[in-house]
Structures are given as C-alpha cells and as structure tokens.
Design a binder for this molecule. Sequence first.
Ligand code: ZN
Length: 311
Amino acid sequence: MPTSAAMRSPNFFAGGAVDRRADLRRDSDWLSEQLGQAGTRILPVWRSRSLMIMSDQPAAVMLASHEVETLLDPTRVAFLGLVEERAHFSLDLSHLEEEEVLAAFSSHGEFIDLRNTGGLLDPTEGNLLAYARGLAYWHERHRFCAVCGHPAESKDAGHIRRCTNPDCKAPHFPRTDPAVIMLVSDAADERCLLGQAPRFIPGMYSTLAGFVEPGESLEEAVAREVLEESGVPVTNVRYHSSQPWPFPASIMLGFYATATATEITLDKDELADAVWKTREELRNSPEDDSFRLPRGISIARRLIDDWIATG
Ligand SMILES: [Zn+2]
C-alpha cells in the first residue's frame, strides 16, 4: 500500500510558506499602507502567464510597489497573503497589449506559462504563482453578475466580486472546480491502467481523470469516469492526495482504485487509447513518441511514481 499522503511532501503548486490572512482582506487602511511599503512584493500576471526568469533554476519575479507604481490599479490587485511578514499581492495586467507589457517588464523577466517551469520553482513561489494565476483567471471570466447581468466589481482585496446593481448586490466567490484523477490497478496490483487523450502530446499516457458532477461523491465520480472512458469497473476507491491546478480553475483530487475486470472498451471521444502497464514497463519507459509518462509537476506522475515504488 502507498505510504500515507501526510508523510509525503506536498504536490507541486501546493505547500510553501504563504499565510493567507483572510482576516486582513477587508482592512482597507492596512492594505493601502502595505501597498506603499518598501518590503511589499507584487506578482504581475498577464493573460494567465506569470512573470518569471527562466534559467536552469526558474524564479518568480516579485517587484517592489514603486517598480509598478503607475500600474497599481486597486481593482486589479489581489492580496495573496504574508510570506515572512511581507505582504504579497498579485497584479492582473491582462488589459494591456503585448507591446505595453513588453515595454514595461522586459527588463525584469518574461511572461511564461507556469506549467513550463518543470517543477523547478521554489515551492512557495510555485504556490504564489498558481494562486495569482487562478485568481486572475476568475476575475477575467466573471466580470458580470451571473444573477442579473450587471457589471460586478472586485472587493475584499480581490477575493469577492460584488454586483454593482443596487437591487441585486449578489456576491460572487472565486471558483475552484473539483476534478478526480485516479490510478486504477488490476486485482493482483500488478498492472495499472493508463490512457491517452486525443489532446496529449505524442506518446503520452496518463492516469484517467474527469470532473465531479453535481450530486455525486468523489468515490462515485472516480468509478463513473473510469467506466465511461475505459469500460473498466472499479472498487475500493481510496484517497491519495490533492493538487491545486489553476489551468484554468481546478483542484485535482488524486485516488487509487482497484479494477474488478480488465477488458477495455474505449470511449473514443475521451481516449484515443488505453493500456495496462506493469511497474517494470513503466520503470523502463522509452520516453519517446511511442510511450512517455506525464510531466513531473503533475499529480498524475505522482500517483504513478508512488504506485511503482510500492511494488
Ligand atoms: Zn446582479
């Protein structure tokens, strides 16, 4: 059996040393004061990309307030929390054209998709960038009230959007969509089931995954998704660990499950292929267009690596 999740290091994008301090989000005097402090750090986000320096050791670029002073629009700032007593804020610059962000930030770094850092970021930086990206995406996609259609405005330091229609005033909270992701092994625990979605890069196989539906438990979602995609019935669904996955707005909930039959019947809309693989085959993965494992930052890879280690 896998070691308990509590004994393991957190999955990538989780963990880190951010104290979110939700109690300070409504303290407008304190927030304004922090935005003027020399020690405060600002994390710019542009169209779901994070400002980073890419090298053998990628790093988040965190700027002092005075370096972005002309761009510090309070409606585009979100308070992320404290790290070593310093306030950290995200700054969403998605309204700027590409030439404008290049002109303003090319001397600091470049705007990169967080998924391309290969798991090499410091855990606190990875967590902060995932958090900032997730919030920025939510603001961008929830500009209008879902109840009455009037514009909604950012409140509580970027953690609520409230409808501006005085007859409505509905509050809207940041969304995180739960998705289950599961490694299914056969009854003897000798082979595991991996699938290839049509959108994957050539040769990549991964654990199956899918969104949780309304009125469904996580265990039921695991069993339903595996059966729908591969035709394989499962039992003994057990939790492994979770991972924030703001690409664009998910949390991945990782499970193991045991198949009660191994015949595969593919749902071709969901999977181009599915295979049973032994630990030996996975240890000797060719990592080329014929077969490759999912990338190291993903919980999929964590589920696979932990399963390999148990046999
Ligand atoms: Zn409204």
